[in-house]
Design a binder for this molecule. Structure first.
Ligand SMILES: C[S@@+](CC[C@H](N)C(=O)[O-])C[C@H]1O[C@@H](n2cnc3c(N)ncnc32)[C@H](O)[C@@H]1O
Length: 206
């Protein structure tokens, strides 16, 4: 982590976000912005370049980014401060805990999971964030007709994602919208000659 990322984490996280711990329970309402506006959550936003650019473009939406990587959070906090983005807040913490305990049911309109850690070794596949339990958690927190957007450059992860969602009944696959800006890990995948697999799933009304 650079010294400026470290200083952003110390000085700007209290202003633009929160460090999540289980004793916090639900995320403070100040973090969720205007309750009249839709809410998009980005899980594992990395350096946050795409997230900040999207929040700047879509001011009528509240964004929350969840990340565990301090250098990425520091980088993103600096961007939020420099660009004076006021519809994006960050949560430093494990997205599984934040989703489970920090977020009210049926309150998220869209969840983005762009290039989640691939854990390529077979014995590590169980560490992949997208599994049955996490899909069930997302379906609890999404509003009816809410969507999940997932991208990966790992073919076997893409196969696994497709299988997991198709075996469950609560999502319909839709075509994915294209993004104007690529993420750091998307560019990395392309430079390695990987194909990019994009998925969009819509929660069927329950
Ligand atoms: C491969 S990177 C992709 C980053 C970014 N979305 C991109 O496309 O460039 C995956 C990110 O997910 C974060 N991550 C992994 N597990 C997480 C978890 N349980 N909660 C929050 N973030 C997580 C990692 O720290 C990492 O920054």
């Amino acid at each position: 982590m650079t010294s400026s990322q470290k200083s952003a984490l110390e000085n700007l996280l209290p202003k633009y976000g929160v460090k999540y711990s289980l004793d916090l329970g639900l995320l403070p309402s100040s973090l969720l912005g205007n309750p009249e506006l839709p809410l998009i959550i980005d899980i594992g936003f990395g350096d946050g370049e795409l997230l900040v650019a999207t929040a700047e473009e879509q001011k009528e939406i509240n964004f929350i980014g969840i990340e565990v990587y301090d250098a990425g959070i520091g980088h993103c906090l600096k961007l939020i401060d420099e660009k004076k983005v006021n519809n994006l807040k960050l949560v430093s913490g494990d997205a599984v805990d934040v989703m489970k305990f920090g977020i009210v049911e049926k309150s998220i309109n869209e969840i983005n999971l762009f290039f989640p850690d691939p854990w390529p070794k077979k014995r590590h596949h169980k560490r992949r964030i997208i599994n049955n339990g996490f899909i069930a958690l997302m379906s609890e927190k999404l509003v009816n007709s809410g969507t999940v957007n997932i991208s990966t450059d790992w073919e076997d992860y893409a196969d696994q994602i497709g299988d997991l969602f198709s075996k469950r009944g609560e999502f319909l696959e839709k075509s994915s919208a294209s993004r104007d800006i690529s993420t750091k890990f998307e560019r990395r995948g392309i430079s390695l000659g990987h194909d990019i697999f994009n998925f969009t799933y819509e929660l069927i009304s329950q």
